[in-house]
Design a protein around this ligand. Structure first.
Ligand SMILES: NC(=O)c1ccc[n+]([C@@H]2O[C@H](COP(=O)([O-])OP(=O)(O)OC[C@H]3O[C@@H](n4cnc5c(N)ncnc54)[C@H](O)[C@@H]3O)[C@@H](O)[C@H]2O)c1
Ligand SMILES: O=C(O)C[C@H](O)C(=O)O
Length: 324
């Protein structure tokens, strides 16, 4: 029995993500929660003739508790998106509190659920979620993930201009680090199958993956950030988690985790000097750092510098919250 929950279900990501989960035959029950418009989204999706039984809640009358009770997988795209000129870190002021309160709800109502954090800045919101779960005595690092799949999807897509591969998803590109600008480190040297990228094309390709989010924010001109590609990526990751829950082995997907708590992560943490990082797999933190080429090692140094501040900010927010 799989119960999936979307927190922020009426938003730009929440709606298409809920659609994909509703249509997924692996989901038995889908519960939607938002502070606005959940009844409409729920009524609309309830007409789809798929297996998942759907319920939707707003915040009054214990809506969050009702949505979360019995959940196995909780996906969180709640919070404000960027406008042109903003960084993801500019979202911290509002989204930090939203994620903290929603994760508190998870700690109280479904502490064993897998938690998939989409809300930005992911580099900080995942440490926030971890600290909330730790404070409640419920933290299981193997069940908390920052969703960085969109960076992987972008790397697969953008490299297609060079490979000419008909189906972009056939080229596997590990993307490690975090989820913002230079903290995103795509490893094209480790692509499978191998790709030959002309020297003059590599730097622009890496930059495009790192700043792909800005491309969408600019194109939307103030109407938000990536929603449809994020719903695709969020669903792709959620589906892999559900498959792993059901016992499927050998699933490898980069995701931002608390390293010391995941298999093999302590080695990666020690080598990098950061506790939160996206290694190359979700089931196991494959230590591929020794396989990076010199350029990727330099990118990793910059990444780790950026991550340190983002992580500290998230941890500090839970222990020293700003006055309301
Ligand atoms: N991880 C990634 O790769 C990635 C990609 C794209 C966007 N994002 C982030 O996802 C978040 C959502 O983006 P969006 O475009 O869907 O924004 P949106 O504004 O369209 O939707 C956000 C939804 O969250 C809801 N919400 C706000 N406070 C809430 C609360 N306390 N409880 C429940 N719901 C609440 C809003 O009502 C809204 O429906 C943003 O922070 C954005 O930066 C992350
Ligand atoms: O760029 C953003 O703000 C949204 C998201 O993190 C993205 O990578 O598209």
């Amino acid at each position: 029995m799989v119960k999936a929950v979307v927190l922020g279900a009426a938003g730009g990501i929440g709606q298409p993500l809920s659609l994909l989960l509703k249509a997924c035959p692996l989901v038995d029950e889908l519960s939607l929660y938002d502070v606005v418009n959940t009844p409409g989204v729920t009524a609309d999706l309830s007409h789809i003739s798929s297996i998942a039984k759907i319920t939707g809640y707003l915040s009054p009358d214990d809506g969050l508790k009702k949505a979360l009770t019995g959940a196995n997988v909780v996906v969180i795209p709640a919070g404000i998106p960027r406008k042109p000129g903003m960084t993801r870190d500019d979202l911290f002021k509002i989204n930090a509190g939203i994620v903290r309160d929603l994760v508190q709800g998870i700690a109280e109502n479904c502490p064993k659920a897998f938690i998939l954090v989409i809300s930005n800045p992911v580099n900080s919101t995942v440490p926030i979620a971890a600290e909330v779960m730790k404070k409640a005595g419920k933290f299981d690092p193997k069940r908390l993930f920052g969703v960085t799949t969109l960076d992987v999807v972008r790397a697969e897509t953008f490299v297609q201009d060079i490979t000419g591969e008909k189906d972009p998803s056939k080229t596997v590109i590990p993307v490690i680090g975090g989820h913002s600008g230079e903290t995103i480190v795509p490893l094209f040297s480790l692509a499978k199958p191998k790709v030959n990228i002309p020297a003059d094309k590599l730097a622009p390709l890496i930059k495009r993956v790192q700043f792909g989010g800005d491309e969408v924010v600019e194109a939307k001109g103030g109407a938000g950030s990536a929603t449809l590609s994020m719903a695709y990526a969020g669903f792709r990751f959620a589906e892999k988690i559900i498959k792993a829950m059901k016992g499927e082995k050998g699933i490898v997907e980069p995701t931002y985790v608390y390293l010391p708590g995941v298999n093999g992560g302590d080695v990666v943490a020690k080598e990098n000097g950061v506790d939160y990082f996206s290694p190359s797999g979700a089931e196991k933190a494959n230590n591929i750092l020794s396989e990076l080429d010199d350029n990727e090692k330099e990118l990793l140094e910059v990444c780790v510098k950026g991550l340190k501040g983002n992580i500290e900010k998230g941890v500090d927010f839970v222990h020293n919250p700003p006055p309301k």
